[in-house]
Design a protein around this ligand. Structure first.
Ligand code: ADP
Ligand code: NA
Length: 291
């Protein structure tokens, strides 16, 4: 079982040829509301990839709250521990331009009210095989969840902010993209960044977008996985799909090479479709790509 302690946002997505510059108004092609948030994305990705997943977090008492809950439940994610707090749900304002690049503003809403594991949360985390964390909740809440004993802690350090020592002490596997890895370490070359990350945590994966991913472990293992060559239409949540699938493979006992291949396949499938939760592949699709 995998637990995800993290954010749920409603993604408000505008599709446009090119993102507007400051002061500019453009006509977009399409607008969609799509359930997202790094936490909910990782939970849905992991559930679709074949794991039992529990989501721990909060939505607001607005119209988006029930939609976010339903999206998680529909993907098979356990939502009994998802709380409703007064005020708006988290939203992410996303501009997707042709070619798939996107720019994002996250307004935390209910995610900002999460203080740490409460009620049965710690018990759920403690009996999980892995806990997936990101940084769209208040840092104190993330630290408190990471400190629950008994589970492997996998952290996606996004958005990129300095990581307190008390958090790093608890992390087993860090999964930044190359920009986050550079921000965390001050090293622009992802290989150098990976080495610096291994001074902080026992294992790390640096994702490189269409160039694939690097893996390193303190036991000396270094791996490079090429991305599956595909035509990307929307890279929103590629990293979340990768992290969710990676956790599934690890909890199933896959070795690092196999886990990287599984995560790369899942992420490659997701970039070929629009949206976040709408684009995450099911297990049979991942298995078919790996055949
Ligand atoms: P994030 O979404 O966090 O910025 P990345 O852009 O590094 O993360 O993407 C995560 C993973 O998704 C990559 O390691 C790769 O496996 C896969 N991926 C991303 N973009 C592409 C692409 N254009 N083609 C194939 N795979 C991709
Ligand atoms: Na996508």
């Amino acid at each position: 079982m995998i637990s995800v302690f993290g954010s749920a946002n409603m993604d408000l997505v505008a599709y446009v040829a090119q993102a507007p510059k400051p002061g500019e108004t453009l006509t977009g092609r399409e607008f969609r509301t799509i359930p997202g948030g790094k936490g909910a994305n990782q939970a849905i990705a992991a559930a679709r990839a074949g794991a039992d997943v529990a989501f721990l977090g909060a939505v607001g008492d607005d119209a988006f709250g029930p939609v976010l809950r339903a999206a998680l439940a529909e993907a098979g994610v356990e939502v009994a521990a998802l709380r409703v707090v007064p005020g708006p749900s988290g939203v992410a304002h996303i501009v997707v331009q042709d070619g798939g690049d996107n720019s994002i503003i996250v307004v935390p809403g209910a995610n900002g009210a999460v203080t740490g594991p409460v009620g049965r949360d710690a018990e759920i985390i403690g009996r999980s095989d892995a806990l997936l964390l990101q940084l769209e909740l208040p840092m104190d809440a993330v630290v408190a969840a990471a400190q629950v004993p008994g589970t492997e802690v996998i952290l996606t350090p996004a958005p990129a902010v300095p990581l307190p020592a008390e958090l790093l002490e608890t992390v087993d596997l860090l999964v930044p993209n190359e920009h986050e890895a550079a921000a965390l370490t001050g090293r622009d070359d992802p290989r150098d960044a990976l080495e610096a990350l291994l001074d902080l945590v026992p294992e790390a994966v640096v994702t490189l977008g269409a160039r694939g991913a690097l893996y390193g472990s303190r036991d000396g293992t270094r791996l490079r996985e090429a991305a599956v060559p595909v035509r990307a239409v929307d890279t929103t949540a590629a990293g979340d799909t990768f992290a969710g699938a990676l956790a599934v493979a690890r909890t199933e006992g896959a070795d690092p090479a196999r886990a990287l291949r599984f995560a790369s396949a899942a992420a490659a499938l997701s970039v070929q479709r629009e949206g976040a939760s709408t684009s995450m592949p099911h297990r049979h699709e991942i298995d078919r790509l790996l055949e």
